[in-house]
Design a binder for this molecule. Sequence first.
Ligand code: ADP
Ligand code: MG
Length: 246
Amino acid sequence: MIKDKTIIEVNDLIKKFYDVTVLNNINIKIKKGEIVVVIGPSGSGKSTLLRCLNLLEQPSSGKIIFEDINISDKSANINKHRQKMGMVFQHFNLFPHLKVIDNIILSPLKSLKLEETAANKKATELLKKVGLEDRKDSYPSQLSGGQKQRIAIIRSLAMEPDVMLFDEPTSALDPEMVGEVLDVMRQLAKDGMTMVVVTHEMSFAKDVGTRIIFMDDGKIIVDTDPKSFFEDNTNKRVKDFLNKVR
Ligand code: ADP
Ligand code: MG
């Protein structure tokens, strides 16, 4: 892995829904291997920013450059680039009618054109990694929330992404299941994955994050390292927010 190589660059990003400006001139450069934790109050634009990164939302103006290609350009083959960005949502989004294993191999078969044997092998390895190999023939409805989210994560990983985007992956979970999902994310970070994580889990932000972005009202207010963010922050908006979530 080439560290210090920029993997995602956001230039002058503006996103409006009708006449409401939800992202107001965002600029970020994310390097390979960074664990960027995005925090901020509800409605500040965190989800919209993540969704703009992989073009689930079309920017109103500005550019998203991913692996040196301007993917916000109309001529870009967005499906091809999006495959390289895994995304995990608050609500798992597993296919309820498919078994765990079939949820995992669906995209590799379709988009990566893997043979079924190879796809199954890969899926089984990933299941082992998160301790769920015995659930491969279960349906999502037979799993706990924490198990579903671990499956959703490895389903993304099966596509061999270069970056993983997480939008509040533990917010819908019962408290006792948060840890098992964060553990998987911790391991992924250790393995060198580039990650952008929207979360309210401040211990994760502190221990695993290499960089903290604080958003408020569609803008990046603070972009710094975790130590500075949690120990030396003087920004009143940040202080108020931290007092609420702690
Ligand atoms: P966060 O994830 O930080 O809570 P969001 O990115 O979801 O914030 O939302 C930012 C703002 O954009 C909110 O005011 C929200 O109501 C608005 N918004 C988000 N998605 C849409 C949409 N599809 N249409 C209109 N407004 C939206
Ligand atoms: Mg959100």
